[in-house]
Design a protein around this ligand. Structure first.
Ligand code: GRF
Length: 216
């Protein structure tokens, strides 16, 4: 069967992108990374992608007069590479309504908190300040509202005494790298069904859409 052609949008480090590229290198993985698009020309993830022979494109938001014009240029780059499914991986631009509408049901994000808790920026700091005992990450569909689309899967980690923003972020990130390739696999296998705000992953027990790592 043809592999799902995935486009990954980044703005920086690109460790989630790298996890997806690694997963897609396996012969039995049902998706391939068709291209990586960055809005920042100096995003370190671009070099990682190029080293893995994945096509890269820079579409700088600075070269476009408004959000929708920028969004349309990103979509055009994705279309040129035959992308069918878009994955945000540390992409730090807010879309105009046009982009999530254009890719509705085919656009996902990973966020470093257990949504709906802690939206926006510095969410690990927010979690520490709130004194929660568990945090984690959430893979979700992207809709018009920031960090709010239907939740596909989550991974939970403990928050331990003495944690800093850095230690908690690193613990969550290790789970992001497990969760995101799994979610993209499910999508490529046609298992993901959305019903309003609820997502069912067919053939996968509901419990398997929550990973838990007790590692501190
Ligand atoms: C990750 O923590 C992700 O959850 C958030 O941005 C960060 C991106 O990291 N959306 P990387 O660029 O994938 O390393």
């Amino acid at each position: 069967m043809a592999k799902l052609r995935v486009g990954v949008l980044i703005s920086g480090r690109g460790s989630n992108m790298a996890a997806l590229i690694r997963a897609a290198e396996a012969a039995d993985y049902p998706a391939e990374i068709a291209c990586v698009v960055s809005n920042k020309p100096d995003a370190p993830g671009l070099a990682l992608a190029a080293a893995a022979n994945v096509p890269t494109v820079t579409v700088s938001h600075r070269d476009h007069p408004d959000r929708e014009v920028f969004d349309r240029a990103v979509a055009a780059a994705l279309e040129r590479h035959g992308v069918e499914f878009v994955v945000l991986a540390g992409f730090m631009r807010i879309f105009s309504p046009w982009f999530p509408t254009r890719w509705a049901g085919r656009l996902i994000n990973i966020h470093p908190s257990l949504l709906p808790a802690f939206k926006g920026l510095h969410v690990q700091r927010q979690a520490l300040d709130a004194g929660v005992r568990l945090s984690g990450c959430t893979a979700h569909f992207v809709t018009l509202d920031l960090d709010s689309g239907p939740i596909i899967a989550q991974a939970a980690v403990p928050v331990v005494a003495g944690d800093t923003e850095e230690t908690l972020s690193a613990r969550i990130l290790r789970q992001e790298h497990r969760l995101y390739p799994l979610v993209v696999r499910w999508f490529a296998e046609g298992r993901i069904a959305v019903d309003g705000e609820k997502v069912a992953v067919q053939g996968v027990p509901r419990g398997a859409t929550l990973l838990f790592s007790p590692e501190a």
